[in-house]
Design a protein. Structure first.
Length: 375
């Protein structure tokens, strides 16, 4: 994925020059007691942040932001960032983070947010029946840091259930009428939606006859020479109404599964490329070599495993994202030097370098679950 989508988060934090509290939490609301459990888990993270010196104004801002979206069915998580009593960003994730965690560092720890974004593709969802069609186009972006909650990826499929919360960038085209009368216009709507968000996948659900008819109309355009065409995926289900939570949740599950399959294929391809480049001495593996590649300005892509429970620590400079070291003495003389988990600090260097990112799928045999492609 392109890390420019989260660059503004780091820029906002740098402009404040204050420690950044980064919170990543499972906020799935699957029963009546879940909100209480989320509150208890947030309190535990809050106490940890306070013990590490987080100021009360920043904690109060987080108190107001943390908690997820009760009306959002299915799995969800959130990444929340705050510093100096200000909210830098609050993002609903399409899937919970691998574990609840919070950190207080001179820079954001955005790895959980990036992992979630890396599982998304810009895509179009088409739901048809005998009475009409809905065409929804979904970009993938973390948006600008803002005090408003942002939603990206598949969480937007249930936007009709949300009491509030922006759906910036999402386009809905709705057509009503007998399929024979609207089929050509729906096909044009799909092609326009694909162009609008640069869709890599078109997911179609609904009436079987309409599905085949729509595929016949759009497939020739997808096979035309030029850009790589999006995948066309047919899924079971129907055209849900905004007032049917069960149908909307079922649609989300189906689209999530299609996106997971696509992300898995992409991650495996990136890992194979990494292994090939490693054999040609055009890649680095392990935290030490990867940090060195970014410090020397040679890295063009960062690969990280999502499971970083045993992540080694690195030393970094708050003033220079390229300054990374495995030992504190290497940064002697830098008054802004600090230590943190390798994943968060490597990601910060990758964002500053304009590098690409890909998750390393499990199981893997990459030392430290970290690597880089080299220029």
């Amino acid at each position: 994925m392109d890390l420019r989508s989260v660059a503004s988060l780091y820029e906002s934090a740098e402009s404040l020059g204050a420690p950044v509290a980064s919170v990543h939490l499972d906020t799935t609301h699957d029963d009546r007691l879940r909100a209480t459990r989320i509150e208890h888990r947030w309190r535990a993270l809050r106490e940890g942040l306070a013990e590490h010196g987080c100021d009360e104004a920043t904690l109060t801002v987080l108190d107001k932001a943390v908690g997820g979206v009760p009306d959002l069915p299915g799995p969800q998580g959130e990444s929340v960032f705050a510093a100096d009593g200000r909210l830098l960003g609050v993002h609903t994730l399409a899937a919970p983070p691998s574990r609840d965690h919070a950190s207080l560092l001179p820079v954001p720890d955005a790895l959980a947010l990036v992992i979630d974004l890396d599982h998304q593709l810009p895509h179009v969802v088409v739901a048809v029946d005998g009475y009409g069609a809905d065409v929804d186009a979904f970009p993938v972006s973390a948006e600008q840091p803002d005090t408003r909650r942002t939603f990206h990826g598949t969480t937007l499929h249930v936007a009709g259930l949300l009491a509030d919360g922006p759906v910036t960038g999402v386009t809905r085209r709705r057509r009503e009428g007998a399929w024979a009368d609207i089929a050509d216009q729906v096909a044009r709507d799909v092609l326009a939606a694909v162009r609008e968000v640069g869709a890599r996948m078109v997911v179609v659900t609904g009436d079987a006859g309409a599905l085949e008819s729509l595929r016949d109309r759009v497939s020739p355009a997808f096979s035309a020479p030029g850009d790589v065409p999006p995948d066309l995926v047919l899924i079971t289900g129907g055209r849900p109404s905004a007032g049917d939570p069960a149908a909307l949740a079922a649609l989300r599950r189906s689209v999530d599964a299609a996106l997971r399959d696509a992300a898995t294929a992409h991650h495996r391809a990136a890992l194979e490329r990494f292994r090939g480049d490693l054999a040609r001495h055009r890649a680095a593996e392990g935290v030490t070599a990867t940090a060195g590649a970014f410090a020397r300005g040679r890295a063009t892509a960062l690969l990280l495993a999502a499971d970083r429970d045993h992540d080694p620590r690195l030393y970094a400079s708050a003033a220079d994202p390229r300054a990374l070291a495995t030992q504190a003495p290497a940064l002697d003389g830098d008054p802004t030097a600090f230590a943190g988990q390798a994943g968060a600090l490597l990601l910060r260097s990758a964002v500053a370098a304009g590098a690409e990112f890909s998750e390393i799928p499990t199981p893997h045999q990459v030392p430290d679950g970290a690597g880089a492609l080299l220029r």
